[in-house]
Design a protein around this ligand. Sequence first.
Ligand code: CA
Length: 234
Amino acid sequence: MNQQHHILIVEDEDNLRLALADNLRDEGYSVHAVANATDAKLAVAESQPPDLVLLDIMLPDIDGYSLCREWRTAGHTFGVMMLTARVLEDDILRGFEAGADDYLEKPYRLRVLLARAKALLRRGSSFSSNLFPFGEFKLDEKARILYRGTEEIQVTQKEFDLLLYLLRNEGRALSRDELLDSVWGKNIVVDIRTVDNFISSLKQKLRTTSRGFQIQTVRGVGYRLAIEELLDKA
Ligand code: CA
């Protein structure tokens, strides 16, 4: 093995935790295993950050979703695979929304877990929390959360996607057609004025007292999101 990956296991069932730790060590991984979220936070904060976390959802102190979201908000980009007996689709989606990268139902087969862990580790450094700061706001792409300071701002999925597209193309004039195709999809028939409606509802939600960014109307074209240093030139 050319590089030893470090895996953190967060699992409150002793038998599962010990067995998993043993198996992963046998595979050549460096393993740290804890039984609750408090110890998991300490492990991440105080020692070398893991490359991958195997995270149980039902923990005695803080649930796995909250813990994962907390790490993503703090900018941690390590892979997170959620392990849980809960199999409802909503739970799975909730896990991804919290910033998890993969999800495995219990009881899992060890070989499957090892293969998926290996795949996540291969992706390794391509993990990114994709944070976009603008003005007093911050958009966290992976966790799909928009913040004003530390407060979460409620936006719809489409508003979020639209804002993300504007941020990714910061400073560029974007036509309504391009926005429709990129955010709503090429095969979806939507009134072109939908874009205008979503932009104005976004502007409402992003109303700020401090400058720092603007969503500008580009006459005859569409819109442009301009951040501070670009505002002067606009
Ligand atoms: Ca548990």
